[in-house]
Ligand binder design. Structure first.
Ligand code: 8YV
Length: 322
């Protein structure tokens, strides 16, 4: 029997995933699940031929350049890959894989939760109940913003953006979107395409961010773009925190220029801007877009499929093609 290939597994992944990995590979793993430093990523990769990582591992050009030449594949337990310098990996001949499709529904579900949680001020209401402050029913307490029937603007109409749009249609929302190209199918034929943010944002009674983080989308929601939103807009982010400039959004939430926000992702997470904690009009979640048992298993199995194909000398089924 030939020896199992050795792989670096940077985090603890779901039990069924770890089991499948152990059956086929010798693992250099991370039993206490700590955040590996760049130096640890490099030194732990010395004996490995491939790496299974997640977005907490930053594969900058400097890290990739120092990886040993035996590393031929990095497969990430995520669909987003802004934590990997893809150009540096390409240059070094390292293949890249990710986990598309299987987290689309779970993440779109959380986007809707954020939309509802933000617009119905769910945090404020839940906190009052838990804090023993629900003394009486009142027709003027805990009032939020009506979501059904409003306009929803989506930035980034990939798989997750489309799934958000389809769900929002169930709430009778009118869909507007900005994307590199129009999306004409999948029940979204009536969605209104905007080539420019300047024409999209005035329609954003609700704004859902579903774009990848790139140099072009970094701080896309900033002081200038917030000015284009209608009064009482609700902003929801389930993509990447750094698409929003916190220094613009927080004052807009404090002043009421933006009515509410639902945020599942943050710039520099988990060290997010603590000013959000003082705001009753935000609904905050700790990056749980894909956090269901089913989805996390499926993400792990996609990574296994990538590894298995790579070591069989085949094309990997979920390549990052940037
Ligand atoms: C994951 C995500 O939960 O896949 C992504 O890009 O942001 C999330 O849904 C996260 O990356 C953990 O792997």
């Amino acid at each position: 029997m030939s020896a199992k290939p050795t792989i670096l597994v940077t985090r603890q992944f779901p039990k069924a995933v770890m089991q499948r990995l152990r059956e086929n590979y010798t693992l250099i793993d991370n039993p206490d699940d700590h955040d590996l430093s760049p130096d640890e990523l490099i030194s732990n990769a010395t004996k490995a031929e491939a790496i299974l990582c997640d977005p907490t591992n930053h594969f900058s050009k400097a890290v990739i350049d120092q990886l040993p030449s035996n590393i031929g594949l990095i497969t990430t337990f995520s669909v987003g890959y802004d934590h990997i310098d893809a150009a540096a990996a390409n240059e070094k001949g390292i293949k890249l894989g990710n986990t598309p499709d299987v987290l689309t529904d779970a993440t779109a579900d959380i986007a809707l939760l954020c939309m509802l949680g933000a617009s119905r001020l769910a945090y404020k209401a839940a906190q009052a109940l838990r804090g023993g402050k629900w003394g009486r029913w009142s027709s003027t307490d805990f009032l939020g913003f009506h979501m059904s029937g409003k306009k929803l603007a989506i930035i980034g109409m990939g798989r997750i953006g489309q799934a958000v749009a389809r769900r929002a249609i169930g709430f009778d929302m009118q869909i507007h979107y900005h994307n590199r190209r129009p999306v004409m199918a999948g029940g979204l034929e009536e969605a209104i395409y905007h080539t420019e943010l300047e024409s999209l944002l005035p329609n954003a009674s609700y704004l859902s961010l579903n774009c990848p983080l790139t140099p072009q989308t970094h701080h896309l929601i900033n002081e200038n773009t917030i000015k284009l939103l209608p009064e009482n807009a609700v902003i929801v982010n389930t993509a990447r925190g750094a698409v929003i400039d916190d220094n613009a959004l927080i004052p807009a939430l404090q002043s009421g220029r933006v009515a509410a926000a639902g945020l599942d992702v943050f710039e520099n997470e988990p060290n997010f801007d603590k000013r959000y904690l003082d705001l009753e009009n935000v609904f905050l979640l700790p990056h749980i877009g894909s956090a269901t048992y089913e989805t996390r298993d499926a993400m792990g199995f996609k990574c296994c499929d990538n590894l298995d194909a790579y070591f069989a000398g085949e094309d990997i089924p979920n390549p990052i093609t940037a």
